[in-house]
Ligand binder design. Structure first.
Ligand code: GLN
Length: 296
């Protein structure tokens, strides 16, 4: 590995901090070292990344330098950037994240596209349910598109349900949403929903250690682990969806790569039929759209 080259800007300035941090991140094989260094320093200094670039000789105040050092160490330990910055964007909306929740993924936005396509001329869904809501990103993105709808988000982890509730309030949707802690639909009785969304844990347990370290080491295992074959959560979830789906309702569930066939089979065995499947930007079948049998 090449030795660190000298940084051009004087010690203690924005330019020097960015240069050093960029070198350490690059040496740790982090893909976008300059960008990440800039994002973390702006976060530590409470300014925008553009402000940093204006004058690289701006001194970094000691408290900000300490905060930055802490962030840099955590990033070198492969904590996801969104967790260091405390927020991620999903469907162009801001979501607070925590160790109790999966960082919202761009791939998961495919479910919102599928939900919008599933309700074109039939009137918007009024009752939306998100099972395994995490940050609340699926439910809140859906409600941002269906302004007449109200929604329920459920998560097995109480801290996740609390965080989702805070996210809803911050987005001005606190009055249209209820968040509960519970196992899938168990807390919901027989209340029917027009649209049910879910991004369940679907990674094969044995494959988790091989995921990116940001995911394997830092994301909540309960949001990833789909059991030995990755399909355990669907076996519990799909019968619940069948029970809770209103007549004419639609469910959209996220799939892992290669899971379309097996999940369609579990859905059929649970009394659901597949309407379509939408691919993500990488061409992976990602959002499976399900309905109750024809005529129901
Ligand atoms: N897409 C996630 C990942 O592999 C997995 C999310 C999930 O299990 N629902 O990083």
């Amino acid at each position: 590995m090449s030795a660190a080259v000298a940084c051009a800007d004087p010690e203690g300035t924005v330019g020097a901090f960015l240069c050093r941090a960029g070198q350490r991140l690059r040496a740790a094989a982090i893909e976008m070292p300059r960008l990440e260094a800039r994002l973390m320093l702006a976060h530590a200094m409470g300014c925008r990344t553009e402000d940093l670039l204006r004058d690289p000789r701006t001194p970094v105040p000691p408290a900000a330098a300490l905060r930055f050092a802490g962030l840099l160490e955590r990033r070198l330990g492969r904590e996801p950037m969104a967790r260091l910055l405390g927020a991620a964007e999903f469907w162009s909306l801001p979501f607070a994240v925590s160790p109790a929740t999966l960082v919202p993924r761009p791939d998961t936005e495919t479910l919102i596209e599928a939900a919008l396509a599933a309700f074109p001329e039939r009137g918007a869904p009024r009752r939306v349910l998100d099972l395994g809501t995490g940050t609340g990103c699926l439910l809140l993105a859906a409600l941002s598109e269906f302004p007449e709808a109200k929604g329920v988000g459920v998560d097995a982890v109480p801290e996740a349900a609390l965080l989702a509730r805070r996210n809803a309030a911050a987005l001005g949707m606190g009055g249209r949403t209820v968040f509960l802690a519970g196992s899938w639909g168990a807390a919901l009785g027989d209340c029917p929903f027009d649209l049910i969304l879910s991004n369940p844990p679907y990674v094969e347990a044995g494959a988790i250690p091989g995921l990116a370290p940001e995911v394997a080491l830092h994301e909540p295992r309960s949001a990833l682990d789909g059991g030995a074959d990755g399909l355990g959560a669907y076996r519990a979830l799909l019968p619940e969806i069948r029970r809770l789906l209103a007549p004419g309702g639609r469910a959209v569930v996220e799939l892992g790569q290669g899971q379309r066939g097996p999940v369609e089979a579990i859905a059929a065995g649970s009394g659901l039929r597949t309407l379509c499947c939408r691919a993500d930007l990488g061409g992976v079948d990602r959002a499976l759209v399900l309905a109750a049998p024809a005529g129901i």
